[in-house]
Design a protein around this ligand. Structure first.
Ligand SMILES: [Zn+2]
Length: 880
């Protein structure tokens, strides 16, 4: 039952007040009729996004906070409140005290009181009509009992209160770990989001009942491994609470940017048994994608959740898939329309499920926020409506991308090669992807576009293959046979200042500066590489290379070596701060091998190694109105007292709270508010700006360390204890704030309360630049010419005849054949020498004896000159 929009708008106020008075306030008793009288659902959302409750005050009210910019969230989340409702991108209703509301106003938030006095809400919902824990367990056991050929039920862990966390696997041969793409489905990580559980059970029922009936379902059960964990948080579900029994928000407890959220994230990443169970399952099955169901908001969310910028390296792929998910849902019922967005553009939260899955496995992971209200009754479910989303995810491994296996060319044993897409890989954000060590299998989804696929195993020749993905392309299948070799890689580079001989960190140079550049290479191969010579060049007019020849002599297998002498370079005075200067290095050896690498030097934005006091005009002072405010910032050498470091990060000097110089003890005092401030930095025209520095930070519980950019908080410890035991690199993206102004002022603040004290800030090697400057691992662009190509065949899937297309650049012996998924040769199509040219060869879906083959997936394999290519195709026989 969908109500017209106008009526919804007219009724908004009445309904909202109704809802607040009845659903929130009087929910202590379970009133069955309540759910039928719920407000028009699109108005009031409860939330996956519910922020934690801090306040114990009795004098609570509902305020509407108008949100037009994500910065307002950052301001808002410093306050104590709970979420009562939200309207995406426009406002958020919060329950808080009048005093809190006044403080929000003072911070510049636009806010309006909505209700009259009420007491604090108790989270609860009616479980009538929803499956409780025991019913869920019984449902899964019955499925496993009735469909043993295609399901298996595992307990993957136990909750805090010792309830089983159940995972149902749906696949043919369910007890075998087959070489099939794996999809993970999860529900109810937030215990009171009941529809999220129901949709998983519905999907299970749909799959098992349609196996052998519906050809699509049959295909997926036969060719995928589908794991469903319908109830991730059984304790929370039983109590009808969002959190688990330890009061932790499980969707903040995952190990990527963990702790980067206000509270209830746990004592450590994966501190909770429920998140451990999901983590361990994912590590075991290595899924290509996941759907995690929540309520509410009719929106599909994808990484990153922890930040709004930078976007995930695979943002284009996420967007393309999210659009497909939403389009597939929105055609079902015109009255039910979903949207999609990057999680982090809503508000930032670390330790999130999808962020971790994606960062670990490049997994295509989505959150589906069902319904428009968390309190929607069971009869209002959207189970059928979102069914096409499962279909989109299950179909994905047959769509654009590259898959196959890696083998040793001489032994044919599988190799766990590291692979990446040159245009997408981002080593700061993602764990490099590796092929499966047992099978050598890799899979990499790609959106439309031109890419370079690179794969590498130390000791073997690199694989570099250009790949073009068109819309509606099928997955390209290649099996790679890697040859052992001498294999050089650019390992590192160093830049020495001509003046003082100091090493510049990570390839940063000042404008107009002359320097010495030296390169280190490594032979990660097995055979020696002899008389290695290199030539350095740059397209940039801003880099002058006074020499360009490098010589390395012989580099044996496993050896790392600098060039025998560095080369002189200088940066033009016209170069822009933050500018990237590309360099190319070509290497060759006496054996005739060639390698090409590119990397970049960057022109300095801001860098202070703190070695000259006053050079960068740091200032420090007290702030605020605490009576004992005390400015204890010191410049000098830390002496290791009160948890401070005993040595600087770079040669000698640092800035810090009470370094212990003079008669001080190294610890900050109680009730102090002070800051260290950087000079104003002009950054007009910069994008993607990062603050990077080394810190040794010791803060006792209740005290707060903050980083402010233009007076806005970009980082805080949120008053929790923090004890650095080494120098830690900290990187903060300040692009958003810097974009609002031509210049930035950065402040490191400390605010202590009246109990406990520790070493405070110690800060060294501060840099503000346009890029993350972490790694000197170069991009590798070595390419080998493509002599043979197997193009996607057409049509695919096919009924009668499909055309196999391939091209040869020279005369060569060709073996073109069809294989089934078990690797058995079904039919040899061509086995002879062919001259160079483009070929089109038909296959009519018959085997060697001209009998029609059954419907299903087949591999077309082209072998030419020791190289092998394959394409997956699908044959669909006409109904007999
Ligand atoms: Zn949720």
């Amino acid at each position: 039952m969908k109500e017209p929009l106008e009526k919804n708008i007219r009724c908004l106020k009445n309904h909202l007040i109704f809802w607040i008075n009845h659903v929130i306030l009087d929910n202590h008793k379970r009133e069955k009729n309540m759910m039928r009288l719920r407000p028009p659902a699109w108005i009031v959302f409860i939330f996956c996004f519910a922020l934690p409750v801090f306040s114990q005050s009795h004098n609570l009210h509902v305020y509407r906070v108008f949100i037009s910019h994500s910065q307002e969230f950052e301001t808002l989340r410093d306050f104590d409140f709970t979420v009562a409702g939200t309207n995406f991108g426009r406002w958020i209703d919060v329950i808080c005290s009048d005093a809190s509301a006044e403080r929000m106003k003072a911070k510049g938030l636009s806010i309006k009181k909505i209700d009259t006095a009420h007491s604090k809400a108790k989270e609860s919902a009616l479980l009538d009509g929803f499956h409780n824990y025991a019913e869920t367990r019984e449902f899964l056991h019955q499925i496993a009992l009735n469909f043993p050929a295609i399901t298996r039920l595992d307990s993957i862990g136990a909750s805090v209160q010792n309830r089983g966390i159940w995972a149902l696997k749906i696949s043919d041969n369910p007890d075998a770990d087959e070489d099939e793409p794996c999809l993970l489905i999860e529900g109810c990580i937030h215990g009171n989001e009941n529809h999220a559980l129901e949709v998983c059970l519905y999907f299970i029922q749909y799959m098992v009942e349609n196996y052998g009936v519906n050809s699509e379902v049959t295909h997926w059960v036969d060719n995928r491994e589908i794991w469903v964990v319908p109830l991730v948080n059984p304790d929370g579900h039983e109590a009808q609470r969002r959190y688990n029994a330890n009061n932790i928000d499980l969707n903040r407890n995952f190990g990527y940017w963990w702790g980067f959220t206000a509270s209830r994230y746990g004592t450590a990443p994966f501190s909770e048994p429920e998140t451990q169970a999901i983590r361990d399952l994912a590590l075991q099955i290595k899924p290509y994608g996941s759907l995690a169901f929540h309520t509410s908001g009719r929106v599909i969310l994808y990484p990153w959740a922890y930040t709004s910028a930078p976007v995930a390296p695979d943002d284009a792929l996420f967007q393309e898939t999210a659009r497909e998910l939403v389009d597939s849902i929105n055609v079902v019922d015109p009255a039910i329309q979903y949207n999609f967005r990057r999680s982090g553009t809503w508000y930032w939260h670390g330790g999130e499920h999808n962020d971790w899955m994606y960062s670990q496995y490049g997994m295509l992971s989505f959150t589906v926020e069902l319904m428009t209200s968390q309190s929607a009754p069971p009869s209002d479910h959207e189970n059928e409506v979102v069914l096409p989303a499962f279909r989109v995810m299950l179909r994905r491994p047959d769509k654009g991308g590259i898959t196959g296996r890696f083998f040793d060319s001489s032994t044919s044993s599988p190799l766990p090669a590291t692979f990446k897409i040159k245009e997408i890989f981002d080593e700061e954000q993602l764990t490099p992807r590796k092929a499966d060590s047992l099978t050598g299998r890799f899979i990499r989804f790609l959106p439309q576009g031109d890419f370079t696929f690179e794969a590498h195993v130390p000791g073997y020749k690199k694989i570099v293959r250009p790949i073009t993905i068109l819309s509606n392309d099928s997955m390209r299948v290649f099996d790679f046979f890697l040859k052992k070799d001498a294999d050089l890689t650019l390992k590192n580079y160093q830049i020495y200042d001509d003046g003082d001989g100091a090493i510049h960190p990570n390839g940063i140079l000042n404008r107009g500066e002359s320097a010495q550049l030296n390169l280190k290479i490594a032979n990660v191969g097995i055979k020696p590489s002899t008389q290695v010579l290199g030539i350095v060049s740059s397209e940039s007019p801003d880099l002058i290379l006074l020499e360009n020849d490098l010589s390395f002599g012989t580099v044996s297998g496993g050896e790392e070596k600098f060039a025998s002498s560095p080369i002189a370079i200088s940066v033009s005075p016209q170069a822009l701060p933050g500018q990237k200067i590309p360099l190319e290095v070509q290497l060759r050896d006496l054996e005739g091998n060639k390698w090409v690498f590119t990397f970049a030097l960057r022109v300095q934005g801001f860098f202070d190694d703190m070695e000259k006091e006053g050079r960068e005009q740091w200032t420090h002072d007290t702030f605020g109105d605490t009576p004992n405010s005390h400015d204890d910032w010191q410049y000098g050498i830390p002496n290791g007292e009160s948890g401070d470091p005993g040595f600087p990060h770079s040669p000698q000097f640092v800035w810090g709270n009470d370094l212990g110089s003079g008669s001080w003890n190294g610890a900050y005092q109680n009730n102090q508010h002070n800051f260290l401030q950087m000079r104003t930095l002009n950054c007009s025209g910069w994008t993607n700006i990062y603050l990077q520095f080394y810190r040794w930070l010791r803060i006792s519980s209740g005290d707060e360390a903050q980083i402010l950019v233009n007076n806005q908080v970009v980082w805080s410890n949120y008053r929790r204890e923090l004890k650095d035991k080494k120098w830690n690199l900290q990187i903060v993206n300040i692009s958003q704030i810097a974009a609002e102004s031509d210049s930035v002022v950065i402040r490191f603040c400390l605010q202590s309360n009246n109990s406990g004290s520790s070493g405070g800030w110690t800060i060294d090697d501060v840099m503000v630049n346009e890029e993350i400057l972490l790694s000197v691992e170069p991009e590798i662009v070595a390419t080998s010419p493509e002599n043979y190509r197997l193009l996607p065949n057409y049509p695919n899937p096919f009924h009668d005849v499909t055309q196999i297309r391939f091209s040869l650049t020279k005369q060569v012996a060709v073996d073109l054949a069809v294989f089934n998924v078990l690797g058995q040769r079904v039919k040899t199509l061509i086995l002879r020498q062919l001259p160079a040219g483009n070929y089109l060869f038909p296959w009519d879906g018959t085997d060697e004896s001209m009998r029609p083959v059954s419907s299903g997936i087949y591999l077309i394999q082209l072998k030419a000159d020791q190289q092998m290519f394959s394409n997956k195709i699908m044959h669909v026989r006409d109904e007999q």
